[in-house]
Design a protein around this ligand. Structure first.
Ligand SMILES: NC(=O)C1=CN([C@@H]2O[C@H](COP(=O)(O)OP(=O)(O)OC[C@H]3O[C@@H](n4cnc5c(N)ncnc54)[C@H](OP(=O)(O)O)[C@@H]3O)[C@@H](O)[C@H]2O)[C@H](O)CC1
Ligand SMILES: [K+]
Length: 418
């Protein structure tokens, strides 16, 4: 049975159809709504719950995260990484452009997942001479389209059409190329993220100029005490300068905050101790997985990256969002809150928000104990707001005992709640 949210502060609820239940058809009413709020509610009989309980949802999330963390992830030797590359671009029919595009897109999506645009805008991408550098050039382009402001340092350009094409694409977006000598010794003041795309799995020996100095710049950045005061370092595939299998042998190398391993982590990734380890390069076909016995976490949904290992615990007090929407003034909203609801709801649907009809319903039992739960709006008209629940649910019990209740819609992406 549907529940109604009354459209007038004094209206009582009307059931949509007679309740086939031993429960009475209760009438619920909340006090008159404030001008910009929808704060009254009426109810008839219940039907079925549409959302899993928060406990069920949390349990399933915890299980999938723990499973990904617990599964043994394959780490590749330098030889196997190069072999896989050769096979992908040989018998398996890929071109380097394709793989690089997917690799760079993975890097950009992983960066955007961890470092929100509202806090981190300016991204310096330091690109090396090989394909790792190419991944950086591709990531720069995608980050631009995601809304970031990329700057590229690309001191040793490779004269191949693939690379010059990537440079032309960035130039057409007016992305600045910064010469090494113009980089400040301390990168903290000018950039919010630094992406290390200097060397990948073909690195060997010790870094030659100018990459030796660039790596030192990142080393000094990573030893700044307070990590909140410096730009995080994101390494593409390998922290540049690390031995591909042994890791940071001298102990004086880059200590990235984030590592985006491509195809599969290389052996050095076992020594990575930063908070964010992701896998990207969602292109591995079954012949490669079975030949190399790859154990890799599944990618969620349509995502181009997946976190490997534990999600770091977050300092809740540091979570904040910079709201950039214009302020909402009293004279900008409609006199009737239900008209306002309809306008905003339609805008939320048009904007493509996920489940814009999800709403928090708070009920109160006769002892005055409140309880909130997410439910789905199933209809709205002049009489009120409709949702479903079942006769035995806590909400049905609460509403039959106490007519006070509240609804909240939260459209985060539009900075709106109602
Ligand atoms: N299948 C995949 O996962 C894909 C990954 N991609 C990315 O490609 C890199 C590997 O790319 P590759 O071009 O083979 O190698 P690097 O980018 O690591 O760098 C090679 C260049 O670096 C020079 N180099 C090597 N060591 C040094 C050093 N000590 N000092 C200075 N320069 C060095 C090297 O020059 P040499 O003359 O020494 O040969 C090369 O110019 C992988 O890690 C991923 O990031 C693909 O984009 C897609 C497929
Ligand atoms: K790198």
């Amino acid at each position: 049975m549907p529940f109604f949210l009354s459209t007038s502060a004094t209206a009582t609820a009307t059931p949509l159809c007679p309740p086939p239940s031993p429960y009475p058809s209760p009438h619920f009413r909340l006090p008159s709504p404030p001008r910009r709020g929808l704060a009254f509610l009426a109810a008839s009989a219940p039907q079925r719950d549409l959302f899993p309980t928060p406990r069920q949802a949390m349990a399933s999330l915890a299980t999938s995260t723990a499973a990904a963390a617990a599964a043994e992830v394959t780490h590749l030797s330098q030889r196997d990484a190069a072999d896989i590359d050769e096979q992908l671009m040989g018998p398996l029919g890929f071109s380097v452009d394709q793989l690089m595009e997917l690799a760079g897109l993975s890097v950009a999506t992983a960066v955007a997942e961890v470092y929100k645009l509202s806090e981190h805008t300016r991204v310096l991408i330091i690109c090396g001479p090989g394909n790792n550098g190419g991944d950086g050039l591709v990531a720069a382009r995608h980050l631009y389209h995601f809304g970031y402001k990329p700057f590229v340092c690309y001191p040793k350009r490779t004269a191949k059409p693939l690379y010059s094409g990537l440079v032309t694409q960035l130039e057409s977006l007016a992305i600045p190329f910064v010469p090494v000598e113009d980089l400040p010794q301390d990168l903290s003041g000018q950039y919010d993220i630094v992406i290390d795309a200097m060397f990948g799995f073909s690195f060997h020996g010790t870094p030659r100029p100018p990459f030796d100095d660039l790596i030192q710049m990142l080393v000094s950045l990573s030893v700044v005490g307070d990590s909140a005061k410096r730009p995080p370092i994101v390494s593409v595939d390998i922290p540049s300068g690390w031995h591909v299998e042994e890791g940071d042998v001298s102990g004086g190398g880059i200590k990235p905050d984030m590592l985006v391993s491509l195809t599969a982590p290389k052996l050095c990734a076992k020594k990575f101790t930063g908070p964010h380890h992701f896998l990207g390069g969602r292109f591995v076909p079954p012949p490669i997985s079975s030949k190399y016995g790859l154990e890799l976490p599944p990618y969620p949904g349509t995502s181009m990256c997946v976190r490997i290992g534990k999600v770091p615990s977050v300092d809740i007090s540091s979570l904040r969002e910079n709201y950039i929407s214009p302020e909402l003034l009293e004279n900008q909203v409609m006199p009737n809150p239900f008209d306002q609801f309809r306008t905003w709801f339609d805008e939320a649907v048009t904007a493509g928000l996920r489940e814009p009809n999800a709403m928090a319903l708070t009920t109160v039992n006769k002892a005055g104990k409140p309880s909130s739960r997410m439910v789905l709006l199933k209809g709205v008209d002049k009489q009120g707001f409709v949702w479903y629940t079942n006769y035995g649910s806590q909400k049905a019990h609460d509403l039959s005992e106490n007519s006070n209740a509240a609804l909240l819609f939260y459209w985060n992406e539009m900075n709106r709640q109602l």
